[in-house]
Ligand binder design. Structure first.
Ligand code: S3P
Length: 169
């Protein structure tokens, strides 16, 4: 596998960050979060970017940050839930390493995000978010090299990723 990057995708609240951190320390990789880098570059929070600059500006930054991060190696990269909707982002990720879909039931994702300040959560009902979830699942599935479930302990999901990664060596 060398030091190729590992790029995680999946719906908001699926656990990309917790699973990603669990995975990263096990394989001596650094964990990075695309959203955190976007906030650092923009000098404002994601809700503020959406409100003051608009979603298109956020999406442009998302591609720039992902492209920069994908130029490195030895990273576990957590992407925002909308990143893999853009083919360009999927291409960048796939060229730089292995892409993994962190799957999780909508009910659990919703429980984790319902009280958050994520712009999509703020402006959508539970039903709308469930529709979005159902629309996006096949997109993540197509874009990823493989998927793991993160229903219970994120450590189990990280271990499942490790087992699957060994198949690629
Ligand atoms: C988004 C998901 C968020 C963040 C932004 C948009 C989306 O990231 O990038 O609010 O379109 O699903 P998380 O999936 O890390 O919550």
């Amino acid at each position: 596998m060398g030091r190729k990057n590992i790029i995680l995708c999946g719906f908001m609240g699926c656990g990309k960050t917790t699973v990603g951190k669990e995975l990263a320390w096990r394989i001596f990789y650094d964990f990075v979060d695309v959203d955190e880098h976007i906030e650092a570059i923009a000098g404002m929070s994601i809700p503020d970017i959406f409100e003051r600059k608009g979603e298109d500006a956020f999406r442009a930054l998302e591609t720039k940050v992902l492209s920069d991060l994908c130029g490195n190696s030895g990273l576990v990269i957590s992407t925002g839930g909308g990143a893999f909707l853009r083919e360009r982002n999927v291409e960048l990720a796939r060229k730089s390493g292995k892409t993994i879909f962190i799957n999780c039931s909508f009910a659990l994702c919703y429980d984790r995000i319902k009280d958050s300040d994520r712009p999509l959560v703020q402006r959508s009902t539970r039903e709308e978010l469930e529709l979005l979830f159902n629309e996006r699942q096949p997109i993540y599935q197509r874009a990823a090299d493989f998927e793991v479930f993160n229903q219970r302990d994120p450590k189990d999901a990280a271990k499942a990723i490790l087992s699957s990664l060994f198949l690629f060596i």
